[in-house]
Design a protein around this ligand. Sequence first.
Ligand code: KIV
Ligand code: ZN
Length: 514
Amino acid sequence: MDSKKLIIFDTTLRDGEQSPGASMTKDEKLHIAKSLERMNVDIIEAGFPIASPGDFDSVKAVATAVTESTVCGLARALDRDIDRAGEALKPAKSGRIHTFIATSPIHMERKLRMKPDEVVEQAIAAVKRASKYTDNIEFSPEDAGRSELDFLCRIIEKVIDAGATTINIPDTVGYNIPHQFGELVGNLIKNIPNSDKAVFSVHCHNDLGLAVSNSLSAVLNGARQVECTINGLGERAGNASLEEVVMTVRTRQDVFPCDTSLDTTQIVSTSRLVSTITGFPVQPNKAIVGANAFAHESGIHQDGVLKARETYEIMRAEDVGWSENRMVLGKHSGRNAFRSRLTELGMDFESDEDLNRAFIAFKDLADKKHEIFDEDLFALVADDDAHLEEKFKLVSLRVCSDTNKVPDADLVLSIDGEEKSSNAGGGGPVDAAFQAIEVLAKSNTKLQLYSVNSITSGTDAQGEVTVRLDKEGRIVNGHGADTDIVIASVKAYLNALNKIHFTMDRQHPQHGQV
Ligand code: KIV
Ligand code: ZN
Protein backbone atom coordinates (compact mmCIF):
# COMPACT_ATOMS: atom_id res chain seq x y z
CA MET A 1 0.00 0.00 0.00
CA ASP A 2 1.34 3.38 -1.00
CA SER A 3 0.67 5.77 1.89
CA LYS A 4 1.32 8.76 -0.37
CA LYS A 5 -1.47 7.85 -2.79
CA LEU A 6 -5.05 8.97 -2.17
CA ILE A 7 -7.42 6.64 -4.02
CA ILE A 8 -10.41 8.31 -5.65
CA PHE A 9 -13.56 6.20 -5.71
CA ASP A 10 -16.27 7.88 -7.73
CA THR A 11 -19.86 6.96 -6.96
CA THR A 12 -21.69 9.38 -9.29
CA LEU A 13 -23.22 6.44 -11.14
CA ARG A 14 -24.46 4.78 -7.93
CA ASP A 15 -25.00 7.15 -4.99
CA GLY A 16 -25.23 10.12 -7.39
CA GLU A 17 -27.96 8.31 -9.24
CA GLN A 18 -29.90 7.97 -5.98
CA SER A 19 -30.67 11.73 -6.11
CA PRO A 20 -34.38 12.04 -6.91
CA GLY A 21 -34.77 12.19 -10.68
CA ALA A 22 -31.10 11.56 -11.48
CA SER A 23 -31.55 8.05 -12.84
CA MET A 24 -29.50 7.48 -15.97
CA THR A 25 -29.78 5.23 -18.98
CA LYS A 26 -27.06 2.74 -19.87
CA ASP A 27 -25.67 5.02 -22.60
CA GLU A 28 -25.62 8.00 -20.26
CA LYS A 29 -23.75 5.95 -17.67
CA LEU A 30 -21.28 4.85 -20.31
CA HIS A 31 -20.56 8.44 -21.35
CA ILE A 32 -19.91 9.45 -17.76
CA ALA A 33 -17.84 6.33 -17.01
CA LYS A 34 -15.58 7.02 -20.01
CA SER A 35 -15.13 10.59 -18.87
CA LEU A 36 -14.19 9.41 -15.35
CA GLU A 37 -11.75 6.91 -16.82
CA ARG A 38 -10.17 9.67 -18.89
CA MET A 39 -9.75 11.65 -15.67
CA ASN A 40 -7.85 8.69 -14.16
CA VAL A 41 -10.37 8.00 -11.43
CA ASP A 42 -9.13 4.87 -9.65
CA ILE A 43 -12.47 3.18 -8.99
CA ILE A 44 -15.85 3.78 -10.62
CA GLU A 45 -18.86 2.50 -8.69
CA ALA A 46 -21.15 1.80 -11.63
CA GLY A 47 -24.37 0.85 -9.84
CA PHE A 48 -26.33 -1.63 -7.75
CA PRO A 49 -26.76 -4.64 -10.06
CA ILE A 50 -29.61 -6.33 -8.18
CA ALA A 51 -31.76 -3.17 -8.34
CA SER A 52 -33.27 -4.02 -11.75
CA PRO A 53 -32.29 -5.73 -15.02
CA GLY A 54 -31.46 -2.26 -16.40
CA ASP A 55 -29.04 -1.58 -13.53
CA PHE A 56 -27.42 -4.98 -14.05
CA ASP A 57 -26.94 -4.24 -17.78
CA SER A 58 -25.48 -0.81 -17.06
CA VAL A 59 -22.89 -2.18 -14.62
CA LYS A 60 -21.99 -4.91 -17.09
CA ALA A 61 -21.66 -2.40 -19.94
CA VAL A 62 -19.40 -0.15 -17.87
CA ALA A 63 -17.35 -3.18 -16.75
CA THR A 64 -16.89 -4.09 -20.41
CA ALA A 65 -16.07 -0.60 -21.71
CA VAL A 66 -13.75 0.66 -18.96
CA THR A 67 -10.26 -0.81 -18.85
CA GLU A 68 -8.12 1.76 -17.02
CA SER A 69 -10.19 2.14 -13.85
CA THR A 70 -11.46 -0.55 -11.50
CA VAL A 71 -15.23 -1.01 -11.87
CA CYS A 72 -17.23 -1.66 -8.73
CA GLY A 73 -20.75 -2.96 -8.07
CA LEU A 74 -22.70 -2.48 -4.84
CA ALA A 75 -24.33 -5.41 -3.01
CA ARG A 76 -26.15 -5.72 0.30
CA ALA A 77 -24.68 -8.43 2.52
CA LEU A 78 -26.89 -11.01 0.84
CA ASP A 79 -25.92 -13.95 -1.35
CA ARG A 80 -28.29 -12.96 -4.15
CA ASP A 81 -26.95 -9.39 -4.28
CA ILE A 82 -23.35 -10.53 -4.26
CA ASP A 83 -23.92 -13.15 -6.96
CA ARG A 84 -25.62 -10.55 -9.15
CA ALA A 85 -22.75 -8.09 -8.64
CA GLY A 86 -20.18 -10.84 -9.35
CA GLU A 87 -22.01 -11.70 -12.56
CA ALA A 88 -22.27 -8.08 -13.76
CA LEU A 89 -18.56 -7.51 -13.10
CA LYS A 90 -17.38 -10.63 -14.92
CA PRO A 91 -16.19 -8.71 -18.03
CA ALA A 92 -14.20 -6.19 -15.95
CA LYS A 93 -10.44 -6.12 -16.40
CA SER A 94 -10.34 -5.07 -12.75
CA GLY A 95 -13.53 -5.47 -10.71
CA ARG A 96 -14.50 -4.83 -7.09
CA ILE A 97 -17.51 -5.94 -5.06
CA HIS A 98 -18.66 -3.46 -2.43
CA THR A 99 -20.84 -5.06 0.22
CA PHE A 100 -22.42 -3.38 3.21
CA ILE A 101 -24.59 -3.88 6.27
CA ALA A 102 -25.74 -1.36 8.87
CA THR A 103 -23.93 -1.25 12.23
CA SER A 104 -25.48 1.63 14.19
CA PRO A 105 -27.80 0.67 17.07
CA ILE A 106 -30.76 2.43 15.46
CA HIS A 107 -30.26 0.76 12.05
CA MET A 108 -29.66 -2.70 13.54
CA GLU A 109 -32.69 -2.50 15.85
CA ARG A 110 -35.19 -0.63 13.69
CA LYS A 111 -34.23 -1.36 10.09
CA LEU A 112 -32.57 -4.76 10.16
CA ARG A 113 -34.19 -6.07 13.35
CA MET A 114 -31.02 -8.04 13.97
CA LYS A 115 -28.77 -8.59 16.97
CA PRO A 116 -25.18 -7.27 16.68
CA ASP A 117 -23.78 -10.83 16.62
CA GLU A 118 -26.03 -11.71 13.69
CA VAL A 119 -24.86 -8.61 11.84
CA VAL A 120 -21.22 -9.66 12.34
CA GLU A 121 -21.95 -13.18 11.05
CA GLN A 122 -23.80 -11.85 7.99
CA ALA A 123 -20.96 -9.43 7.18
CA ILE A 124 -18.36 -12.23 7.37
CA ALA A 125 -20.50 -14.49 5.19
CA ALA A 126 -20.97 -11.71 2.61
CA VAL A 127 -17.23 -11.03 2.33
CA LYS A 128 -16.53 -14.77 1.97
CA ARG A 129 -19.21 -15.03 -0.71
CA ALA A 130 -17.70 -12.07 -2.60
CA SER A 131 -14.28 -13.74 -2.50
CA LYS A 132 -15.66 -16.42 -4.85
CA TYR A 133 -15.70 -13.70 -7.53
CA THR A 134 -12.79 -11.40 -6.76
CA ASP A 135 -10.10 -10.66 -4.21
CA ASN A 136 -10.89 -6.95 -4.46
CA ILE A 137 -13.59 -6.61 -1.79
CA GLU A 138 -14.82 -3.50 -0.05
CA PHE A 139 -16.90 -3.66 3.12
CA SER A 140 -18.93 -0.76 4.54
CA PRO A 141 -20.49 -0.69 8.01
CA GLU A 142 -23.45 1.51 7.01
CA ASP A 143 -24.12 4.45 9.34
CA ALA A 144 -20.65 4.00 10.84
CA GLY A 145 -20.79 7.68 11.83
CA ARG A 146 -23.42 6.78 14.45
CA SER A 147 -22.07 3.34 15.36
CA GLU A 148 -20.23 2.36 18.56
CA LEU A 149 -16.44 2.32 18.28
CA ASP A 150 -16.03 -1.08 19.98
CA PHE A 151 -18.58 -2.72 17.72
CA LEU A 152 -16.98 -1.18 14.62
CA CYS A 153 -13.56 -2.48 15.72
CA ARG A 154 -15.02 -5.97 16.22
CA ILE A 155 -16.83 -6.26 12.89
CA ILE A 156 -14.03 -4.66 10.86
CA GLU A 157 -11.36 -6.96 12.30
CA LYS A 158 -13.51 -9.97 11.36
CA VAL A 159 -14.26 -8.84 7.78
CA ILE A 160 -10.58 -8.10 7.15
CA ASP A 161 -9.80 -11.65 8.32
CA ALA A 162 -12.51 -12.88 5.95
CA GLY A 163 -10.86 -11.15 2.97
CA ALA A 164 -12.02 -7.51 2.79
CA THR A 165 -9.25 -5.35 1.31
CA THR A 166 -10.92 -1.94 1.66
CA ILE A 167 -12.86 -0.78 4.71
CA ASN A 168 -15.15 2.12 3.97
CA ILE A 169 -16.46 4.25 6.84
CA PRO A 170 -19.69 5.95 5.77
CA ASP A 171 -21.26 8.94 7.46
CA THR A 172 -24.52 7.78 5.91
CA VAL A 173 -26.75 10.51 7.31
CA GLY A 174 -24.23 13.36 7.22
CA TYR A 175 -24.25 13.78 11.02
CA ASN A 176 -20.55 13.99 11.82
CA ILE A 177 -18.32 16.97 12.55
CA PRO A 178 -14.81 17.09 11.00
CA HIS A 179 -12.61 16.67 14.09
CA GLN A 180 -14.89 13.93 15.46
CA PHE A 181 -15.03 12.00 12.18
CA GLY A 182 -11.27 12.26 11.70
CA GLU A 183 -10.76 10.97 15.23
CA LEU A 184 -13.12 8.04 14.57
CA VAL A 185 -11.14 6.96 11.51
CA GLY A 186 -7.82 7.47 13.31
CA ASN A 187 -9.03 5.38 16.28
CA LEU A 188 -10.21 2.56 14.03
CA ILE A 189 -6.85 2.40 12.28
CA LYS A 190 -5.02 2.51 15.62
CA ASN A 191 -7.17 -0.01 17.51
CA ILE A 192 -7.94 -2.70 14.93
CA PRO A 193 -5.05 -5.19 15.08
CA ASN A 194 -5.14 -6.12 11.36
CA SER A 195 -5.93 -2.60 10.05
CA ASP A 196 -2.66 -2.61 8.07
CA LYS A 197 -4.14 -5.32 5.81
CA ALA A 198 -6.78 -2.97 4.35
CA VAL A 199 -7.10 0.50 2.88
CA PHE A 200 -9.35 2.73 4.98
CA SER A 201 -11.87 4.74 3.01
CA VAL A 202 -14.55 7.33 3.81
CA HIS A 203 -17.95 8.08 2.30
CA CYS A 204 -19.56 11.26 3.61
CA HIS A 205 -22.96 12.78 3.01
CA ASN A 206 -23.58 16.49 2.95
CA ASP A 207 -26.68 16.95 5.11
CA LEU A 208 -24.89 19.57 7.24
CA GLY A 209 -22.69 20.80 4.41
CA LEU A 210 -19.67 19.00 5.89
CA ALA A 211 -19.09 16.09 3.51
CA VAL A 212 -15.86 17.45 2.03
CA SER A 213 -14.51 18.68 5.38
CA ASN A 214 -15.28 15.36 7.06
CA SER A 215 -13.60 13.42 4.23
CA LEU A 216 -10.48 15.59 4.39
CA SER A 217 -10.29 15.31 8.16
CA ALA A 218 -10.35 11.52 7.76
CA VAL A 219 -7.52 11.74 5.20
CA LEU A 220 -5.44 13.66 7.73
CA ASN A 221 -6.11 10.77 10.14
CA GLY A 222 -5.02 7.97 7.83
CA ALA A 223 -7.84 7.32 5.32
CA ARG A 224 -6.39 6.67 1.87
CA GLN A 225 -9.56 6.38 -0.22
CA VAL A 226 -12.29 8.98 -0.55
CA GLU A 227 -15.68 8.17 -2.03
CA CYS A 228 -17.13 11.16 -3.83
CA THR A 229 -19.24 12.30 -6.77
CA ILE A 230 -18.99 14.82 -9.55
CA ASN A 231 -20.71 18.10 -8.56
CA GLY A 232 -21.42 16.53 -5.14
CA LEU A 233 -24.46 14.75 -6.57
CA GLY A 234 -25.98 12.10 -4.31
CA GLU A 235 -28.73 10.95 -1.98
CA ARG A 236 -30.53 13.93 -0.29
CA ALA A 237 -27.98 16.80 0.08
CA GLY A 238 -25.42 14.77 -1.86
CA ASN A 239 -21.99 13.25 -1.31
CA ALA A 240 -18.56 14.84 -0.97
CA SER A 241 -17.76 16.61 -4.21
CA LEU A 242 -14.90 14.97 -6.12
CA GLU A 243 -13.60 18.24 -7.53
CA GLU A 244 -13.42 19.89 -4.10
CA VAL A 245 -11.67 16.95 -2.43
CA VAL A 246 -9.17 16.51 -5.24
CA MET A 247 -8.33 20.20 -5.65
CA THR A 248 -8.00 20.81 -1.90
CA VAL A 249 -5.52 17.98 -1.57
CA ARG A 250 -3.64 19.10 -4.70
CA THR A 251 -3.57 22.77 -3.72
CA ARG A 252 -2.61 22.15 -0.08
CA GLN A 253 0.25 19.72 -0.48
CA ASP A 254 1.85 21.54 2.44
CA VAL A 255 -0.88 20.03 4.66
CA PHE A 256 -1.77 16.67 3.10
CA PRO A 257 0.68 13.76 3.19
CA CYS A 258 -0.76 12.22 0.00
CA ASP A 259 -2.09 13.14 -3.45
CA THR A 260 -4.33 11.66 -6.14
CA SER A 261 -3.24 10.66 -9.62
CA LEU A 262 -6.14 12.44 -11.28
CA ASP A 263 -5.82 14.45 -14.48
CA THR A 264 -7.55 17.50 -13.05
CA THR A 265 -7.84 19.19 -16.46
CA GLN A 266 -10.77 16.85 -17.14
CA ILE A 267 -12.79 18.14 -14.18
CA VAL A 268 -14.80 20.91 -15.84
CA SER A 269 -15.85 18.88 -18.87
CA THR A 270 -16.88 15.93 -16.69
CA SER A 271 -18.84 18.25 -14.41
CA ARG A 272 -20.71 19.68 -17.41
CA LEU A 273 -21.41 16.25 -18.81
CA VAL A 274 -22.90 15.07 -15.51
CA SER A 275 -24.95 18.24 -15.16
CA THR A 276 -26.34 17.97 -18.68
CA ILE A 277 -27.16 14.29 -18.41
CA THR A 278 -28.81 14.45 -15.00
CA GLY A 279 -30.47 17.84 -15.47
CA PHE A 280 -28.97 19.05 -12.17
CA PRO A 281 -27.49 22.50 -12.90
CA VAL A 282 -24.27 23.62 -11.21
CA GLN A 283 -24.76 26.73 -9.09
CA PRO A 284 -22.62 29.64 -10.41
CA ASN A 285 -20.73 30.06 -7.13
CA LYS A 286 -19.94 26.34 -6.73
CA ALA A 287 -16.25 25.85 -5.92
CA ILE A 288 -14.04 24.73 -8.83
CA VAL A 289 -16.77 24.07 -11.42
CA GLY A 290 -19.23 26.96 -10.95
CA ALA A 291 -19.30 29.55 -13.75
CA ASN A 292 -18.05 32.21 -11.30
CA ALA A 293 -15.40 30.09 -9.60
CA PHE A 294 -12.58 31.91 -11.38
CA ALA A 295 -14.37 35.16 -12.32
CA HIS A 296 -13.16 38.36 -10.68
CA GLU A 297 -15.91 40.97 -10.45
CA SER A 298 -14.40 43.62 -8.23
CA GLY A 299 -11.95 46.14 -9.66
CA ILE A 300 -9.46 45.61 -6.82
CA HIS A 301 -9.36 41.88 -7.46
CA GLN A 302 -9.04 42.33 -11.22
CA ASP A 303 -6.20 44.75 -10.75
CA GLY A 304 -4.44 42.32 -8.39
CA VAL A 305 -4.88 39.37 -10.73
CA LEU A 306 -3.53 41.34 -13.67
CA LYS A 307 -0.41 42.34 -11.72
CA ALA A 308 0.23 38.87 -10.29
CA ARG A 309 -2.49 36.21 -10.44
CA GLU A 310 -1.40 34.65 -7.11
CA THR A 311 -2.69 37.75 -5.30
CA TYR A 312 -6.23 36.41 -5.49
CA GLU A 313 -6.01 33.04 -7.24
CA ILE A 314 -4.96 29.93 -5.37
CA MET A 315 -5.45 27.61 -8.37
CA ARG A 316 -5.13 28.07 -12.11
CA ALA A 317 -8.40 27.88 -14.02
CA GLU A 318 -6.70 25.88 -16.77
CA ASP A 319 -5.57 23.23 -14.25
CA VAL A 320 -9.19 22.18 -13.76
CA GLY A 321 -10.08 22.43 -17.43
CA TRP A 322 -11.45 25.94 -17.88
CA SER A 323 -10.26 27.18 -21.24
CA GLU A 324 -10.52 30.59 -22.86
CA ASN A 325 -11.05 29.38 -26.36
CA ARG A 326 -14.31 27.53 -26.21
CA MET A 327 -15.61 28.01 -29.74
CA VAL A 328 -14.94 24.62 -31.17
CA LEU A 329 -16.88 23.81 -34.29
CA GLY A 330 -19.06 25.43 -36.92
CA LYS A 331 -21.18 24.79 -39.97
CA HIS A 332 -18.21 23.70 -42.07
CA SER A 333 -16.63 21.34 -39.60
CA GLY A 334 -16.39 17.80 -40.86
CA ARG A 335 -17.14 14.47 -39.28
CA ASN A 336 -13.53 13.95 -38.15
CA ALA A 337 -13.32 17.28 -36.36
CA PHE A 338 -16.68 16.55 -34.75
CA ARG A 339 -15.65 13.10 -33.62
CA SER A 340 -12.24 14.13 -32.32
CA ARG A 341 -13.66 17.02 -30.26
CA LEU A 342 -16.20 14.69 -28.71
CA THR A 343 -13.47 12.16 -27.97
CA GLU A 344 -11.42 14.93 -26.32
CA LEU A 345 -14.47 15.66 -24.17
CA GLY A 346 -14.74 12.03 -23.15
CA MET A 347 -17.66 11.06 -25.36
CA ASP A 348 -17.05 8.08 -27.58
CA PHE A 349 -19.57 6.41 -29.84
CA GLU A 350 -20.39 2.75 -29.58
CA SER A 351 -21.04 2.40 -33.31
CA ASP A 352 -20.75 4.30 -36.60
CA GLU A 353 -24.52 4.49 -36.61
CA ASP A 354 -24.44 6.42 -33.32
CA LEU A 355 -21.76 8.74 -34.71
CA ASN A 356 -23.74 9.38 -37.90
CA ARG A 357 -26.91 10.20 -36.00
CA ALA A 358 -25.08 12.65 -33.74
CA PHE A 359 -23.32 14.21 -36.74
CA ILE A 360 -26.65 14.83 -38.49
CA ALA A 361 -28.01 16.46 -35.31
CA PHE A 362 -24.83 18.57 -35.15
CA LYS A 363 -25.28 19.75 -38.76
CA ASP A 364 -28.92 20.66 -38.06
CA LEU A 365 -27.83 22.67 -35.07
CA ALA A 366 -25.00 24.36 -37.00
CA ASP A 367 -27.60 25.56 -39.51
CA LYS A 368 -29.46 27.37 -36.74
CA LYS A 369 -26.47 28.52 -34.75
CA HIS A 370 -23.12 29.60 -36.22
CA GLU A 371 -20.79 28.79 -33.38
CA ILE A 372 -20.98 25.44 -31.67
CA PHE A 373 -19.47 25.32 -28.18
CA ASP A 374 -18.49 22.36 -26.02
CA GLU A 375 -21.69 22.89 -24.03
CA ASP A 376 -23.74 22.45 -27.22
CA LEU A 377 -21.97 19.16 -27.89
CA PHE A 378 -22.74 17.88 -24.40
CA ALA A 379 -26.40 18.78 -24.85
CA LEU A 380 -26.47 17.15 -28.25
CA VAL A 381 -25.12 13.87 -26.95
CA ALA A 382 -27.29 13.98 -23.81
CA ASP A 383 -30.31 14.65 -26.02
CA ASP A 384 -29.75 11.55 -28.14
CA ASP A 385 -32.57 9.22 -27.13
CA ALA A 386 -31.92 6.63 -29.83
CA HIS A 387 -31.22 3.91 -27.28
CA LEU A 388 -34.18 4.79 -25.09
CA GLU A 389 -37.37 3.12 -26.21
CA GLU A 390 -39.79 5.87 -27.12
CA LYS A 391 -43.50 5.47 -26.69
CA PHE A 392 -44.04 9.18 -27.32
CA LYS A 393 -42.32 11.05 -30.14
CA LEU A 394 -42.77 14.64 -31.25
CA VAL A 395 -43.96 14.91 -34.85
CA SER A 396 -44.87 18.60 -35.04
CA LEU A 397 -45.76 21.55 -32.88
CA ARG A 398 -47.19 24.99 -33.57
CA VAL A 399 -47.63 27.42 -30.71
CA CYS A 400 -49.23 30.84 -30.84
CA SER A 401 -48.18 33.52 -28.42
CA ASP A 402 -50.06 36.81 -28.81
CA THR A 403 -50.45 39.79 -26.44
CA ASN A 404 -54.24 39.73 -26.86
CA LYS A 405 -55.02 36.02 -26.95
CA VAL A 406 -54.71 32.97 -24.75
CA PRO A 407 -51.61 31.09 -26.00
CA ASP A 408 -52.48 27.84 -27.69
CA ALA A 409 -50.67 24.83 -29.09
CA ASP A 410 -51.40 22.42 -31.95
CA LEU A 411 -49.48 19.24 -31.42
CA VAL A 412 -48.93 16.00 -33.31
CA LEU A 413 -47.36 13.10 -31.41
CA SER A 414 -46.51 9.62 -32.51
CA ILE A 415 -47.72 7.27 -29.77
CA ASP A 416 -46.63 3.67 -30.19
CA GLY A 417 -46.11 4.48 -33.89
CA GLU A 418 -49.56 5.99 -34.44
CA GLU A 419 -49.94 9.73 -35.12
CA LYS A 420 -52.39 11.62 -32.93
CA SER A 421 -53.10 15.33 -32.73
CA SER A 422 -54.39 17.68 -30.06
CA ASN A 423 -54.95 21.33 -29.31
CA ALA A 424 -54.86 23.10 -25.95
CA GLY A 425 -54.58 26.57 -24.45
CA GLY A 426 -52.49 27.54 -21.44
CA GLY A 427 -51.04 30.32 -19.32
CA GLY A 428 -48.12 30.63 -21.75
CA PRO A 429 -46.79 28.77 -24.80
CA VAL A 430 -44.98 26.14 -22.71
CA ASP A 431 -48.03 25.53 -20.54
CA ALA A 432 -50.21 25.23 -23.66
CA ALA A 433 -47.79 22.72 -25.20
CA PHE A 434 -47.70 20.63 -21.98
CA GLN A 435 -51.51 20.68 -21.77
CA ALA A 436 -51.67 19.49 -25.39
CA ILE A 437 -49.32 16.60 -24.53
CA GLU A 438 -51.48 15.63 -21.57
CA VAL A 439 -54.64 15.61 -23.71
CA LEU A 440 -53.02 12.68 -25.55
CA ALA A 441 -50.78 11.07 -22.94
CA LYS A 442 -53.10 11.21 -19.89
CA SER A 443 -50.02 10.36 -17.87
CA ASN A 444 -51.39 11.00 -14.39
CA THR A 445 -48.10 12.62 -13.38
CA LYS A 446 -47.34 15.74 -11.36
CA LEU A 447 -44.92 18.32 -12.71
CA GLN A 448 -42.45 18.84 -9.86
CA LEU A 449 -39.88 21.01 -11.53
CA TYR A 450 -39.47 22.94 -14.76
CA SER A 451 -36.25 24.77 -15.44
CA VAL A 452 -34.69 26.44 -18.46
CA ASN A 453 -31.02 27.13 -18.71
CA SER A 454 -29.27 28.91 -21.54
CA ILE A 455 -26.48 26.57 -22.64
CA THR A 456 -24.25 29.33 -23.96
CA SER A 457 -24.64 33.10 -24.32
CA GLY A 458 -26.43 34.96 -27.13
CA THR A 459 -30.03 34.90 -28.31
CA ASP A 460 -29.31 32.05 -30.70
CA ALA A 461 -28.15 29.88 -27.77
CA GLN A 462 -29.80 26.56 -27.14
CA GLY A 463 -32.17 26.42 -24.20
CA GLU A 464 -31.68 23.36 -22.04
CA VAL A 465 -34.84 22.33 -20.26
CA THR A 466 -35.29 19.96 -17.33
CA VAL A 467 -38.71 18.60 -16.49
CA ARG A 468 -39.20 16.53 -13.33
CA LEU A 469 -42.31 14.37 -13.19
CA ASP A 470 -43.67 12.42 -10.26
CA LYS A 471 -45.80 9.38 -10.91
CA GLU A 472 -47.06 7.82 -7.70
CA GLY A 473 -43.80 8.61 -5.90
CA ARG A 474 -41.50 7.61 -8.77
CA ILE A 475 -39.56 10.65 -9.84
CA VAL A 476 -37.83 11.08 -13.20
CA ASN A 477 -36.03 13.96 -14.86
CA GLY A 478 -36.38 14.51 -18.58
CA HIS A 479 -34.15 16.81 -20.56
CA GLY A 480 -34.31 18.45 -23.95
CA ALA A 481 -32.29 21.08 -25.77
CA ASP A 482 -33.15 23.22 -28.76
CA THR A 483 -32.66 26.75 -30.03
CA ASP A 484 -36.45 27.06 -29.60
CA ILE A 485 -37.22 26.78 -25.90
CA VAL A 486 -40.83 25.66 -26.39
CA ILE A 487 -39.61 22.73 -28.49
CA ALA A 488 -36.85 22.04 -25.93
CA SER A 489 -39.56 21.99 -23.24
CA VAL A 490 -41.71 19.53 -25.17
CA LYS A 491 -38.67 17.29 -25.81
CA ALA A 492 -37.89 17.33 -22.09
CA TYR A 493 -41.48 16.50 -21.13
CA LEU A 494 -41.65 13.61 -23.61
CA ASN A 495 -38.24 12.35 -22.47
CA ALA A 496 -39.55 12.20 -18.88
CA LEU A 497 -42.73 10.39 -19.99
CA ASN A 498 -40.69 7.84 -21.95
CA LYS A 499 -38.43 7.23 -18.97
CA ILE A 500 -41.43 6.68 -16.72
CA HIS A 501 -42.91 4.33 -19.21
CA PHE A 502 -39.85 2.22 -19.93
CA THR A 503 -37.71 2.23 -16.84
CA MET A 504 -38.66 -0.51 -14.44
CA ASP A 505 -39.15 -0.06 -10.74
CA ARG A 506 -35.84 -0.57 -9.00
CA GLN A 507 -34.84 -1.50 -5.50
CA HIS A 508 -33.10 1.11 -3.40
CA PRO A 509 -30.00 -0.38 -1.73
CA GLN A 510 -30.56 1.24 1.65
CA HIS A 511 -34.34 1.09 2.03
CA GLY A 512 -35.00 -2.64 1.87
CA GLN A 513 -34.62 -5.08 4.71
CA VAL A 514 -31.55 -7.25 4.69
O1 KIV B 1 -24.22 6.32 2.51
C1 KIV B 1 -23.97 5.10 2.63
O2 KIV B 1 -23.85 4.56 3.74
C2 KIV B 1 -23.86 4.31 1.43
C3 KIV B 1 -23.36 2.92 1.61
C4 KIV B 1 -24.02 1.97 0.69
C5 KIV B 1 -21.87 2.92 1.48
O3 KIV B 1 -24.08 4.80 0.35
ZN1 ZN C 1 -24.10 7.02 0.47
